[in-house]
Design a protein around this ligand. Sequence first.
Ligand code: SF4
Ligand code: SF4
Length: 189
Amino acid sequence: MENSVLAGDLRFEPAESFTRLIEKESSQPVSRCYQCKKCSAGCPVAPMADLHTNEVIRLVQLGDTERLLGSNRLWLCLSCKTCQARCPNGIDTSAVIDVLKGMVLKSGKAPAETRIPEFYKSFMDSVQRTGRLYELGMIGLYKLRTKTYMEDMGLGVEMLKRGKLKFLPERVKNLGQVREIFRKGREKK
Ligand code: SF4
Ligand code: SF4
C-alpha cells in the first residue's frame, strides 16, 4: 500500500508511524531535526560509514527502513554522544541507532557488519559471567564465533608478554546485582 514501510516483519502505515515508533523507543525528538548537519561534522566514524549521522535521522523521518536497516553505520557507531552534544535539538543519534540495531536482530536480517555484533555479544557474555570484562575470555569467545583464530595472534602474544592481558578473570563483589540487570534486560526484550 502507498506510503507504508516495512521493518522486519512489522509494517508501518503510513510511514510517519515508523518515525513515531522510533521516537518513542529511543526517547529522541527525531521529528525536530532540520538537517543542519552539525552532528555529522563531529562524528568520528563518518569516513567508514555509508550514511552520515544526519542522514540516519532523515531516513527515519522518511521511514526508509530498507536503507536504515541495511546500513553499516548502525554497527560502527561508538556511542560517543558527540552528535548529541552538537545538536541544537539535543538529538542523541546513538539512541536511535540502538533501536534500529534491535530491529535488525529481531528481523533475522544479516547485519551489514557481521563481526561487530559478535564482538558485542562476546563482550556482554564476559561481563555477565564475572561482572567486569575479562579480556582473554572475551577474545576467545569472539574468535570462536568469528572463526578468526589466527588473526592478530602476534599482537595478542605481545600484549600478554607486556602484562596487558590478565590470565585469570576477576569477579566483582555484587555479581548477583549485575546478573539481575541482565535478567531484566532479557525480560524487556
Ligand atoms: S554517538 Fe555514534 S553517531 Fe554520534 S557522533 Fe558518536 S559515533 Fe557518531
Ligand atoms: S545536529 Fe541535530 S538538527 Fe542538526 S542534522 Fe543533526 S540531528 Fe538534525
